[in-house]
Structure formats: structure tokens, C-alpha cells
Design a protein around this ligand. Structure first.
Ligand SMILES: [Zn+2]
Length: 147
């Protein structure tokens, strides 16, 4: 079976990293550039941030109100555990193995951890931590983002 670029039906083949769609080199490069531009614009404080494209209230707070409360509790309990008596703040030096930790909690999803917090809330927290770091590093990792 011949695989064709899904955008131009051209035969020159390449695969966009992280995609199941077949793309020619030209369209793969184009899509990577678009993703890099979108991610640059999505960073808090970016002058290119178009708030309509990132509906934080209607698309995040409204979608996941209870889940976000549970994640906030994970932050508070973690802060009490690692920096007792200190104001709430993400101490990134305490852990950097977000995906390993996430996976450990995944094994117990649906149950409560010893501190009374749902493993699923800790999974969500670790997923957010991983995504936050990934987006912060995007310009270092993706040469397209530097343009
Ligand atoms: Zn193409």
C-alpha cells in the first residue's frame, strides 16, 4: 500500500513526529512550524497570546472544576510535606521524574494514597507539571520555535 501525504497527496514521504498522519517533507516542515508558533504564543505573558484561542475559564475551569480542586489540594499537601510552614510555591528541586511518578500513581488509579489524596489527583498534578516543563523548554528543544 502506497502512503501519500494527507494534505497534497504527494508521494514524497515523511512522518511528522508525534503524528499518525503521513506528510511530505514540505508539509511536515510546515506543520512543525505552525505547532512551534502556536506553542510560543501559548506561553503566559507572550505578546502573541490570543486569549480566544486559549479559553482558560470556559475550556479548563468550567470543564474540570472538581479535578482542579483536587490538583490544588495536591499542591498544598506537597508544599506542607516538603516546605512546612512556607508559603505555597512549586519547589522544582524536590522532584523531576514527573513521568515515573505519574506512572507509579497510575498503577493505583481509583484508590487513595496514604496521605488521603487520590492517586488520580496526583496523576493529574504530575501530568500538568510535565506539560508545564515541556512548554517552558519548547524553544530549547524545537529549532523552529527560535524563528
Ligand atoms: Zn504534502
Amino acid at each position: 500500500m502506497r502512503k501519500l501525504c494527507y494534505r497534497c497527496r504527494g508521494e514524497e514521504l515523511s512522518v511528522k513526529p508525534g503524528s499518525f498522519n503521513w506528510l511530505c517533507r514540505k508539509h511536515a516542515d510546515e506543520e512543525l512550524r505552525q505547532v512551534a508558533q502556536k506553542e510560543k504564543a501559548a506561553v503566559k505573558g507572550s505578546p502573541a497570546l490570543d486569549r480566544k484561542l486559549f479559553p482558560v475559564f470556559s475550556g479548563v475551569l468550567r470543564y474540570f472544576p472538581d479535578a482542579l480542586l483536587a490538583v490544588a489540594e495536591v499542591s498544598r499537601i506537597g508544599n506542607e510535606q516538603h516546605n512546612p510552614g512556607q508559603p505555597l510555591g512549586w519547589d522544582r528541586s524536590k522532584s523531576s521524574d514527573e513521568l515515573d511518578a505519574l506512572t507509579r500513581h497510575l498503577l493505583d488509579a481509583g484508590a487513595f494514597d496514604r496521605d488521603g489524596v487520590r492517586h488520580s489527583a496526583k496523576i493529574a498534578w504530575r501530568a500538568l507539571a510535565n506539560l508545564q516543563k515541556e512548554l517552558e523548554n519548547v524553544s530549547k528543544e524545537n529549532p523552529c520555535a527560535k524563528q
